[in-house]
Design a binder for this molecule. Structure first.
Ligand SMILES: Nc1ncnc2c1ncn2[C@@H]1O[C@H](COP(=O)(O)OP(=O)(O)OP(=O)(O)O)[C@@H](O)[C@H]1O
Length: 354
């Protein structure tokens, strides 16, 4: 039987990264993994060119242990350097000092938004980030939900980020995702009562003073609604697209429509909608019920002429996994629930990155 993608990833996680530390999956040097139906494995090792020699040994080791696996019919590893060249599209763009600007090192910024609170935007953002990282992309997640930052809990990150020079901030990293959250800069039980300028300053600081490194995608988990944070993000940074998360009921959709309208006014393309808490399947009897209705987001997406990226079920395991600090894409990567998030990642990569 040909080897599965998950089995290949497990093998690659045993290969140490001699420069960044950890393994080559967690450190982000392994990218664009592809395992075809015949069991041929392909991926890229994207490395700082000055460490090419050290990574030759890594490449040889990865090749050798993969080839020894049952179900592997071929291994092709391409080594590329990443520091010298900016992604072509960013280089081609003229700087517009007054308007939104690209952030050096970050190829794409994608906002994850919702009209209404509590619809699962942060859950989608966390799982999407982990799914993209598992697919080999260098992913960052900026938790800009100033009123209820939940990414530290969902990604299992705690402690205060370090600032070695007093000016820049070192982001945290877990599950292959580089992350920063306003929640790590404030005390957990302290309500954030910032307004206008302070809020914008905090967002700008997280965008420009955090040492994100080279990223293929930075996901921004926004607060619900259409307030200052959304506006500031679109005004200050070049946002390449937005994903709108909604539950199927009318009231959530009504607010989602307002969010879509705002992004359109800010000239940010809508990459698609995600229907969260779409259906509930009883874990005991298998009975399926539509707690918040069903299909509302699909028809709204069709009406607004934007793609429906995925329907994510209302599921106890999804909540338990997020609350436990290892999103379902990490804790149960082969589950049907995790697949829903991989669908979003794949749709996004096809549309936006590849
Ligand atoms: N598909 C799902 N199945 C089960 N529970 C879910 C699902 N999606 C989200 N939840 C749970 O619902 C709660 C709210 O989710 P989440 O924090 O992601 O929403 P949000 O839209 O980001 O909220 P906020 O208003 O704080 O921005 C969390 O406890 C989360 O674990």
């Amino acid at each position: 039987m040909p080897i599965s993608r998950e089995a290949v990833l497990a093998v690659l996680k045993s290969v140490a990264d001699p420069i960044a530390g950890g393994d080559i999956v967690a450190s982000g040097v392994m990218r664009a993994l592809n395992v075809n139906e015949a069991g041929a494995v392909r991926f890229v090792l994207e490395i700082p060119p000055r460490h090419a020699e050290a990574y030759q040994a890594v490449k040889a080791r990865a090749e050798a242990i993969l080839q020894a696996q049952e179900g592997v019919t071929g291994v092709s590893i391409v080594m590329t350097g990443h520091t010298e060249k900016a992604p072509p599209e960013l280089r081609a763009r003229k700087p517009e000092p007054a308007g939104p600007e690209p952030i050096p090192g970050i190829a794409r910024i994608i906002a994850v938004a919702s009209g209404k609170g509590g619809v699962g935007k942060s859950t989608v953002a966390a799982n999407l980030a982990c799914a993209l990282a598992q697919q080999g992309w260098r992913v960052g997640l900026l938790d800009a939900d100033v009123y209820g930052p939940s990414q530290p809990r969902m990604l299992g990150v705690s402690g205060r980020p370090a600032s070695p020079d007093g000016k820049t901030i070192l982001p945290m990293r877990n599950h292959g995702v580089t992350m920063m959250s306003i929640g790590l800069m404030t005390n957990e039980d302290q309500a954030v009562v910032w307004r206008g300028p302070m809020l914008m300053g905090a967002l700008q600081q997280m965008l420009t003073q955090v040492q994100w490194g080279a990223l293929d995608i930075l996901l921004v988990d926004l607060p619900p609604g259409t307030g200052d944070v959304q506006m500031t993000l679109c005004q200050k940074a070049q946002v390449d697209g937005a994903i709108i998360v909604s539950t199927p009921q009318d009231i959530a959709l009504l607010d989602a429509r307002k969010g879509i309208d705002m992004f359109r006014q800010m000239k940010v393309p809508i990459l698609g909608m995600v229907e969260n808490m779409s259906t509930h399947i009883c874990s005991r009897c298998g009975h399926e019920e539509h707690v918040f209705g069903h299909g509302g987001v699909a028809s709204e997406a069709a009406k607004l002429n934007v793609p429906l990226l995925a329907e994510v079920p209302l599921d106890l395991q999804i909540r338990l996994a997020s609350d436990g600090g290892a999103p379902i894409t990490v804790s149960q990567p082969d589950s049907a629930q995790a697949r829903a998030f991989h669908d979003i990642a794949s749709a996004l990569v096809t549309r936006e990155v590849a």
